[in-house]
Ligand binder design. Sequence first.
Ligand code: KG4
Ligand code: ZN
Length: 335
Amino acid sequence: MSLYILGIESSCDDTSAAVLRETTLCSNVTANQDVHTAFGGVVPELASRAHQQNIIPVVDTALKKAGITKEQLSAVAFTRGPGLLGSLLVGTSFAKSFAYALQIPLVEINHMEAHVLAHFVMDEAKPKDVPGFPFLCLTVSGGHTQIVQVNDYFSMEVLGRTIDDAAGEAFDKAAKILGLPYPGGPFIDKYAKEGNPAAFKFSKPNISGLDYSFSGLKTSFLYFVRDRLREDENFIQNNMADLSASIQHAIVESLMKKLVMAVKQTGIKEVAIAGGVSANSGLRTALLSMQSKGWKVFIPDFQYTTDNAAMIAVAGYFKYLRKEFADLSAAPYSR
Ligand code: KG4
Ligand code: ZN
């Protein structure tokens, strides 16, 4: 009998449900929330309300797309944290009641671990290699930036992290300065493709060890744009591609510098990237270029970069095998 896991993700502004047969993807359905665009960032109360509206149709669609009934499920895995508390509450409450009604195990998942484990979701149509333990994973999203040494599915050691803004935040804040919609990372990426990454230089963060800092870069970018706008009110419109390419280059260069240091320090040359910013074409190209230095690199399919429930379901599968189940008292945690 096949083992089907339902994954539920609701930690920020994406409501997602996925069905996996063991580690093989059957469906991965995400409802994005447009309500936040007008506010230039995620509004927690609006996110919770939208999750509440989306959760049942999203789960229903995921089951239908997978071609199974809810009675065929073996377990329900859900994101317990970190994330926005009101958002997490919706997914957590739904997962608990669903598992309870079906009398199947409930599995709690850490969102950051799931981003890393997204590399183990298999697509029948697209066979791929998975990383071998131990490997390094640069997890870069809107809320987090970490270099993690992954010793086993649930044995991860954080070697470095950001001391202020996350890399995704750096992209989004730069985009906001340029007047681009939220989230701005994908727009910077799009314009950067036409621009010159060496056109403009910004002050580089200088943090010791494997930690990151992006707040200084954001300030430097802000002052640079502000000063140029004084001389030419059309400076942004006339230089959108070069500005995007230059800030993207600065962020990617800073991400790669510490990753290279981590590889040198640990001697581990299997290196993966994960999280929303791993969709960035500049970062992908930079990582691929390290193959010439003997790195074995792992770049996730686009559907597994930003928040998705397939990564929750695959993490749930590995915990299910270990019989690590949650009980109905599991409350969400924000950090
Ligand atoms: O992992 P994710 O969906 O949510 C969090 O857990 O934060 O990551 C969202 C972040 C946003 O900051 C978004 O701008 C960024 O990922 N992002 C990108 C790209 N696609 C998404 N940043 C740069 N280039 C992209 N192509
Ligand atoms: Zn995420």
